[in-house]
Design a protein around this ligand. Structure first.
Ligand SMILES: *Cc1c(COP(=O)(O)O)cnc(C)c1O
Ligand SMILES: [Zn+2]
Length: 432
């Protein structure tokens, strides 16, 4: 293993050695991992990949470690399922759900990036890892730090959903709650990262961390039978995942694993935090930061680090971006997916499904080509989004068959057995 040549500035091309750094000191551009792709091509085949264990490390040559992964080895290879019922409702022919709501160990796509970040942090010799989080990242860092035997600090806005809070606190990291939104938390963490010598997943080891997202794209292609989808809808927070899915598809094309890489990318945001989709829709090539106001907290980043590059990638692919209101993300997103496919996703997944629906209705995504909807998080973590918006339990006064029969009569449903026929059974049940 070990095909990383170094880091390279995405803007000016300046090369850097493999170090825990993330910005170019000449132009402040983001740094990207550079691989020896010729070397990888000599050793990696589709057969080798498919012969390996079903986790994200089956693509390990395309991940930025020098050795074997030491943490998060159970992450990835989540189901890609054909969504027949949702396809029917949306009026499309070939629809798939890539379901990271069942990722391990913490039920979101962040398990992928964190397993790379923490394995890399160990290679660098860090003893403490940290992150600024909108929820899922904190869950993954806290859990995997325990597995890795590292100390962890999680910085989060104090108003996060209870499920996200509990899902971090239970692992026992140091949690620092900060008034205000994620962007402020992240700014503070940038200052801390330089000062305390910790590995911040999404700051100083970000170039390595972000590479973990590629495996989401690698898996989609492999699970489609080594074929890139025609269209993929992806939730955007900082804009990294959507970029890395494109990079993954391009890598597989470069290796000759797939014939084409003409996938169109569609970015999904909540209207209350939509700096990237707003830029796409207005044809801007810069991002205007916003102050987030949405229940889709996991993707509520007002000043997205990879926003500019996400806009460029979306436009170059021939795709588009859209955003949906909080009501739409619940009704056309979370509830629609749950009631058609039996998948309970969090608010970010709700955004993605509702945006897919909108883009199909707009005619932006054609109805007769393959479409993948990216589900990245689990609904059990954001229950307050749907609480009070679901049909409530029908309360019977007591555990009484008479009460239930009366309820069913109101529903207009008759018992399948007449009372005369079932009477004996009912009587003997009653006597007990
Ligand atoms: C972090 C996150 C994303 C996307 O993040 P990017 O910063 O755009 O890579 C999407 N969905 C969920 C649930 C997330 O937690
Ligand atoms: Zn540069």
């Amino acid at each position: 293993m070990g095909f990383v040549k170094g880091l390279k500035c995405r803007e000016c091309g300046q090369a850097y050695p493999k170090e825990p750094i993330h910005v170019c000191s000449f132009c402040f551009g983001p740094l990207e991992v550079e691989y020896d792709y010729d070397g990888i091509k000599k050793v990696l085949t589709k057969d080798i990949i498919t012969s390996r264990a079903t986790n994200m490390w089956r693509y390990k040559e395309l991940l930025p470690l020098d050795g074997e992964p030491t943490v998060g080895v159970e992450a990835g290879f989540t189901p890609l399922l054909r969504a027949h019922n949702l396809a029917k409702v949306l009026g499309v022919k070939e629809l798939y759900i890539k379901n990271d709501s069942v990722n391990h160990p913490t039920w979101s796509f962040k398990d992928r990036v964190v397993s790379v970040a923490l394995s890399k942090a160990k290679e660098f010799g860090f003893k403490t890892v940290a992150c600024a989080t909108t929820g899922n990242l904190g869950n993954a860092v806290a859990a995997q730090a325990v597995q890795a035997g590292l100390e962890s600090y999680v910085f989060m806005p104090v108003n996060l959903e209870q499920g996200k809070m509990v899902g971090t606190l239970v692992y026992g990291p140091r949690v620092i709650g900060i008034e205000g939104n994620y962007d402020g938390v992240n700014r503070l963490c940038s200052e801390i990262a330089g000062k305390y010598g910790w590995a911040f997943a999404n700051i100083n080891v970000r170039p390595y961390y972000a590479e973990g997202s590629k495996t989401y794209g690698h898996e989609v292609v492999e699970q489609l039978g080594w074929k890139a989808p025609k269209h993929i809808v992806v939730p955007m927070a900082g804009g990294s995942l959507i970029l890395k899915i494109l990079k993954a598809i391009k890598e597989f094309k470069m290796f000759g694993f797939i014939p084409d890489a003409d996938t169109k990318l569609y970015g999904a945001q909540a209207s209350g935090s939509a700096p990237i989709s707003t830029a796409v829709k207005n044809g801007w090539d810069t991002i205007k930061p916003v102050k987030p106001d949405t229940i889709a907290q996991s993707i509520a980043i007002g000043n997205p680090a990879d926003g500019y590059h996400a806009v460029k990638a979306i436009m170059e692919s021939g795709g588009w971006a859209e955003d949906v209101t909080d009501e739409e993300l619940v009704e056309d997103g979370i509830k629609l997916l749950a009631s058609t496919e039996g998948i309970f996703t969090e608010t970010a997944g709700g955004v993605t499904v509702a945006v897919a629906k909108k883009l199909i209705e707009q005619g932006r995504i054609p109805r007769d080509e393959s479409i993948v909807i990216s589900i990245t998080g689990n609904g059990l973590k954001t229950q307050e989004a749907v609480l009070g918006k679901l049909e409530q339990p029908h309360k019977l006064i007591k555990a009484s068959l008479e009460d239930f029969d009366a309820f069913m009569e109101k529903e207009g449903v008759a018992p399948s057995q007449r009372e005369t026929e079932a009477g004996g059974v009912l009587a003997s049940t009653k006597e007990k």
